[in-house]
Design a protein around this ligand. Structure first.
Ligand SMILES: [Zn+2]
Length: 202
């Protein structure tokens, strides 16, 4: 009797885990169990009928191919949703006591942060969009790879021209890459060196 009951309990547990319905967790009635069995049967039929499309298969493959580093990059992106790189840099500069203007349209490339009296401009670039020489920048989407490669090459060329135009007009330019935000101490040093120094750098 005791044995029989624990067997039943085991069977219930399996049902609960596989279906995760609230009612079942509270303890299934006979009727509910029958319903569940029917549902399971339907589910199995649909699963067999719906073969994955080639797109789904490739998604699965690329998901499997994602490296540990890529996955953690995705997770970082998810958790830092509300702290855009630009806001982070602005907060840093503010804490250093600098005053600045944002998105100055009168200057080539509309720099993100401008220190007009110092004639210094900062761009905060996403590693992917601006083709940074880092792991994130090297990643090309699997679909439309040619399109992305060409687009990012155009962005890089435009960035280069913008920096050149600013420099010829006597501006010093600093590019802060998204990936640099991971090391705040280092970034702070880089920013203060740029802002206190008289030499331009990129
Ligand atoms: Zn980068």
């Amino acid at each position: 009797m005791r044995n029989q009951r624990s067997k039943e309990r085991l069977a219930d547990d399996t049902l609960r885990t596989s279906l995760k319905t609230r009612e079942l967790r509270a303890g299934p009635t006979e009727l509910q169990r029958t319903k569940v069995k029917k549902k399971l049967a339907i589910k199995n039929v649909t699963a067999a009928k719906d073969k994955p499309t080639s797109r789904e298969r490739s998604t699965r493959r690329s998901r499997a191919a994602a490296t540990k580093e890529q996955r953690s990059a995705i997770m970082r992106a998810v958790t830092s949703e509300n702290t855009t790189p630009e806001v982070t840099v602005r907060k840093l500069l503010h804490s250093l006591g600098y005053r600045y203007r944002l998105h100055v349209r009168g200057l080539p490339g509309t720099p993100d942060i401008v220190f007009a009296p110092r004639r210094k401009a900062v761009f905060i670039n996403g590693c992917f969009w601006h083709g940074h020489d880092c792991a994130r920048g090297a990643r090309v989407p699997k679909s439309n790879a040619d399109y992305w490669i060409a687009k990012i090459a155009r962005n890089r060329a435009r960035d280069g021209k913008t920096r050149q135009r600013l420099k010829s007009a006597g501006w010093a330019v600093l590019v802060v890459w998204e990936c640099e935000l991971r090391d705040k101490t280092r970034l702070t040093k880089r920013l203060s060196r740029f802002l206190s120094g008289s030499q331009s750098q990129s």
